[in-house]
Write a protein that binds this ligand. Structure first.
Ligand SMILES: Cc1cc2nc3c(=O)[nH]c(=O)nc-3n(C[C@H](O)[C@H](O)[C@H](O)COP(=O)(O)OP(=O)(O)OC[C@H]3O[C@@H](n4cnc5c(N)ncnc54)[C@H](O)[C@@H]3O)c2cc1C
Length: 553
């Protein structure tokens, strides 16, 4: 009998289930049958539409190009998160997907503290992306060229990622995506099923364990028992296999992250009239914050709040007031969020991926990033049938480090903000538990901005520039600039600040708007599909037709 895993059963058909099925169907080319069981009675969470810039690696690995999947998922580009009302002055700031330039050995943000602290907003002085966001620009020219020449070659057709491990990634991609969560799950499903993944639509009603506590089989309502070598639990907050059947404890983060509930809505949007913002917005309200995610054709929005400070009815009232009269007829769905992580996300022959593994509020769009990380780590720790304990331990460490790292980064979003005008915002200063290591770092960061040596060293997706951006935006500034800069001539820094402004002016006047660019991609894709379906040789049609065939990766 083979010692290799011969079959895998994934339970759950939300984003986590189908992303896992798609990825595994590509990564495990031979000798394994993947089956996905999903209920038609239990709905998916249906949100999760803003991503993190590393998502590019995921699509690259699947061999999917933007023009193939973006139009089918109503996807748009995201170059930043715009934080609104997160500081006492209620000034907005951007957290872009862009590293700082380094001038004479120091991040340009350190030079900003010395030269421009009281004159210009740090994000507009140090980055290009805020300018592109304000002007609703696309990150790509119509010929497909990405605005940032540092990463252009990574977007060429020839750049194919065979397999990548996120924590080895050395580049900062300049954008992520927004997409319709249900359409993406459907796209992933088609992709996976074309590669042989079998789908069973049924409810899992029981789980049978073996003597050693592994999962022997799941029992479904209509398809009987299904056994497997490896089970992947993608059942969302229920944690049907990992928590309910195997009894793995869930560690709550409620003492440091207060928000535990959300109200989600979909808003119709006139993109022709209003354009499409190339960023997610996070607007702070009395007891949490509201996300706005612009898709091609509608927006997704939601109020993430703490039920200890506001009731669901009051929260919905406040949320609707925030949205204004135009959306009174939009239906709201209330979601209870399970914030924290499993003690272990892999137990015996069961690996939990997605909301069943862990979740922190979606302030930095990390839900889908956790899924991607979980799947990648599963492939790199892929077991034999016997599931080696050391491999399992190593996997669990990587997952816990990543989620705990993000938890710490999100805690900083609250405790470093100087906003304290409501009971909720006061509690984020006085009641939440800030881990001692973070307190220590915060004391250091009052003297100098974070660098890669002073942030959490375990892989969690965020770099020091992100920490620095949040501190500057939240008004947690070092008391003075670095003393050493008084001993270094500042002409290079002056030139760098000027070059950023010149480049920003150039880009905003030459890049197409996001709306123009996406329309162009959609039309070109429709046209090339039409030519393909009708078997028309594109060289025989007009120049116009040839020019509009999308030349992008
Ligand atoms: C309010 C909110 C906002 C979010 N925003 C973002 C964001 O902007 N960006 C981001 O990256 N992430 C975000 N997330 C996280 C993101 O939504 C999830 O990570 C993602 O949708 C994956 O969900 P899932 O597949 O794990 O669970 P679900 O979508 O809940 O899917 C669970 C699946 O399990 C199936 N199932 C359950 N029980 C059974 C059973 N007994 N038998 C058979 N099948 C069963 C269900 O039918 C369903 O198919 C957000 C989450 C929330 C709660």
């Amino acid at each position: 009998m083979s010692q290799n895993v011969e079959n895998i059963v994934i339970v759950g058909g939300g984003s986590a289930g189908w992303m896992t099925a798609a990825y595994l169907s590509k990564a495990l080319e031979r000798n394994v049958q993947i089956t996905l069981v999903e209920s038609s009675n239990i709905t998916t969470v249906g949100v999760g539409e803003a991503t993190f810039s590393t998502i590019k690696v995921f699509f690259d690995f699947l061999g999917l190009q933007e023009h193939e999947w973006m139009p089918k998922c109503n996807a748009t580009y995201k170059m930043a998160i715009k934080f609104v009302n997160w500081n006492a002055q209620k000034k907005h700031f951007y957290h872009p997907f862009q590293r700082y330039e380094v001038i004479d050995g120091f991040d340009i943000s350190e030079w900003w503290l010395k030269m421009k602290r009281n004159q210009e907003a740090f994000d507009y002085a140090c980055f290009l992306i805020p300018w592109l966001c304000d002007n609703q620009r696309s990150p790509r020219y119509l010929d497909g060229k990405v605005f940032d020449n540092k990463v252009q070659n990574l977007f060429s057709r020839d750049h194919i990622v065979k397999k990548n491990i996120l924590d080895n990634l050395k580049v900062q991609y300049p954008y992520a995506y927004h997409f319709d969560a249900n359409l993406l799950a459907r796209f992933m499903k088609d992709y996976a099923m074309q590669r042989g993944v079998k789908q069973i639509v049924d409810d899992v009603v029981d789980v049978k364990l073996t003597e050693d506590g592994s999962i022997d089989s799941i029992k479904t309502k209509e398809h009987g028992s299904i056994s497997s070598d490896l089970f992947v639990d993608c059942t969302g907050f229920r944690g049907l296999l990992i928590n309910k059947a195997l009894g793995e404890p869930f560690i709550s983060f409620s003492e440091s992250l207060l928000c535990d509930s959300a109200i989600a809505m979909q808003l119709p949007t006139d993109i022709k009239k209003n354009g499409i913002n190339p960023y997610t917005t996070a607007t702070a309200l009395s007891s949490g914050w509201v996300w706005n995610i612009p898709l091609y054709g509608r927006s997704g929005t939601g109020y993430v709040y703490s039920s200890a400070f506001i009731s669901p009815e009051e929260a919905e009232k406040e949320f609707r007031e925030h949205l204004g009269d135009a959306f009174t007829n939009c239906k709201a769905s209330h979601i209870k969020m399970r914030i924290g992580r499993n003690r272990n996300s892999w137990v015996k022959n069961c690996v939990a991926i997605g909301l069943s593994s862990g979740f922190v509020e979606p302030l930095e769009s990390t839900g889908i990033f956790f899924i991607q990380h979980g799947i990648e780590e599963l492939v790199s720790h892929f077991p034999k049938k016997s599931c080696n304990e050391e491999l399992i331990r190593s996997y669990n460490r990587a997952i816990a480090n990543c989620i705990d790292g993000v938890r710490e980064f999100l805690t900083l979003h609250y405790c470093a903000s100087d906003r304290a005008d409501t009971e909720f915002w006061k509690a984020t200063k006085h009641e939440i538990q800030v881990p001692e290591e973070l307190r220590e770092k915060l004391r250091l960061w009052k003297n100098r901005l974070p660098n890669n040596k002073s942030i959490n060293p375990k892989y969690h997706g965020f770099e020091s520039y992100s920490y620095s951006v949040m501190l500057l935006g939240l008004n947690y500034l070092p008391e003075s600039s670095l003393p050493v800069l008084e001993h270094i001539a500042d002409q290079n820094a002056k030139a760098a600040f000027l070059a950023i402004q010149e480049k920003a002016n150039y880009l905003r006047s030459t890049l197409p708007s996001q709306y123009e660019y996406l329309n162009y991609v959609i039309k070109s894709q429709e046209q090339s599909e039409y030519l393909n379906e009708n078997k028309i040789d594109s060289s025989l049609v007009s120049d116009w037709a040839n020019q509009t065939t999308v030349p992008i990766s």
